[in-house]
Design a protein around this ligand. Structure first.
Ligand SMILES: *Cc1c(COP(=O)(O)O)cnc(C)c1O
Length: 423
């Protein structure tokens, strides 16, 4: 499918008058339409709820938009819990799915009334210790081990993943929790990431539903919610087909009827914890071409770098690039498009066919709305960019300012060494 930017060159030229590049920008209209579509697709399930994975795009303005669609939040750390609390999420609207959890975070999650999703059987005692007693509602993370494969060849390797409990441990954990007064139970699993197929959720759901039947048989516990977690992918490359959320939901519904309802397990709520699917296509990183260099390869140097978007450096991930204003020009050149870090993996594109780029051209890096800004860091003294929101009326609102050197130096405020730059 052709990748079409949600911004034009004219818009970017206007925005840079106020906000110099690089910046991340989010498309409010796209975010809203997608959230609405997800709810529609799962409307057959009475208790359906999306818990937005905050780690994907931890910005209160974004979280508040999703809140309007009934979304909760999935948090994995103290800071994410604090951000969610500040945005007005509370109680069962917060899922706390963390691993190797500092025990004070269990306490804070419990104080907020969040649903704690336990990663390991040994954590029962920590929760009990810091919370006084176990909360009435608990969730546990399931890891079936082995290899998870789908018919199109996509696979992932739960047996090699640090998350969750073995099925036997999870059942044991539920028995212990039950004996300690827990009344409401849920299960959760995340078995494959960025799945560009309509098959993942239905297959995962069927496996979790079958496990819920086993739980019922062995413990008499009726699992009340099943959390399919994240993992629905998006088409980063122009040749991949987007997922169809309605087809995905229908696949889950079929498994729900065939496994849960057929075993008289009724009214189970389906939860999701999507991050990438909710935001990735509705964000872009805009950067200016500032240098051109020809040595053994042909380089375009841009003013963004891997500290603004780490996925290419970290996973070799593909992000599509559009040279704004040259959407219809022939891709006559082959470039490496690179940032300024002193790391040779700081490349947004390698051997990419693109139209001829001039200094001053703006490059639109697609699909950076999730795990983009969020994975930013300060290596090489690089500062995090601003985040902007393209509102439905076409106006632009800053939803996070760019970092300054003062932010970078703020952690030296206990001494006077950096005062010259902190004042
Ligand atoms: C990262 C994560 C998610 C979101 O994953 P996406 O691939 O962005 O959908 C959801 N749940 C948990 C526990 C996660 O760690």
């Amino acid at each position: 499918m052709q990748k079409i930017p949600f911004l034009t060159l004219e818009q970017v030229k206007e925005i840079v008058k106020t906000y110099p590049t690089p910046w991340h920008i989010y498309d409010e209209k796209g975010i809203r339409e997608n959230a609405k579509r997800l709810n529609e697709a799962f409307s057959w399930n009475k208790g359906f709820k999306e818990y937005f994975a905050v780690k994907a795009t931890p910005n209160p303005f974004i979280m508040n938009i999703l809140k309007e669609y009934g979304c909760g939040v999935d948090c994995s750390s103290m800071v994410e819990l604090e951000m969610s609390d500040a945005c007005g999420f509370s109680g069962k609207d917060i899922m706390f799915s963390s691993n190797e959890t500092p025990i004070e975070e269990f306490k804070f999650a419990n104080d907020l009334g969040a649903i704690i999703n336990l990663d390991d059987i040994t954590h029962i005692k920590y929760v009990e210790e810091v919370c006084g007693k176990l909360p009435k509602t608990m969730c546990a993370r399931y890891n079936p081990g082995g290899v998870f494969t789908m018919s199109n060849g996509i696979m992932d390797n739960p047996g090699d993943a640090k998350y969750g409990m073995t099925p036997d441990q999870l059942i044991e954990a539920f028995k212990i929790m039950q004996s300690k007064g827990v009344k409401h139970f849920g299960i959760h699993a995340f078995l494959a990431s960025n799945t560009v197929t309509n098959e993942y959720y239905p297959k995962l759901a069927r496996e979790l539903f079958e496990f819920a039947v086993r739980i019922k048989n062995e413990t008499a516990i009726n699992v009340e919610f099943i959390n399919l977690s994240g993992g629905i992918g998006i088409p980063y490359t122009p040749d991949s087909e987007p997922n169809d959320i309605f087809e995905i939901s229908n696949g889950v519904k079929k498994a729900y009827e065939e496994v849960l309802e057929a075993n008289a397990i009724m009214d189970v709520a389906i939860f999701t914890e999507l991050g990438r699917y909710m935001l990735a296509p509705y964000g872009a990183l805009i950067t200016e071409a500032i240098h051109e260099k020809n040595i053994y390869k042909h380089y375009i140097g841009v003013d963004a770098c891997a500290s603004n978007l780490m996925r290419p450096a970290m996973y070799g991930a593909y992000h599509h690039l559009t040279v704004l204003g040259k959407e219809n020009e022939k891709a006559s050149e082959v470039y490496d498009v690179v940032g300024s870090l002193c790391e040779n993996n700081d490349k947004f594109a390698i051997d990419r066919k693109l139209p001829k780029i001039e200094k001053g051209d703006y490059i639109y890096i697609h699909d950076t709305g999730a795990h983009g800004f969020a994975m930013g860091y300060n290596y090489n003294g690089k500062l995090r960019s601003a985040e902007l929101l393209l509102q439905e009326d076409g106006s632009v609102k800053m939803i996070r300012r760019a970092e300054t050197d003062k932010d970078y130096f703020a952690t030296f405020d206990f001494c006077n060494i950096m005062d010259k730059y902190l004042k």
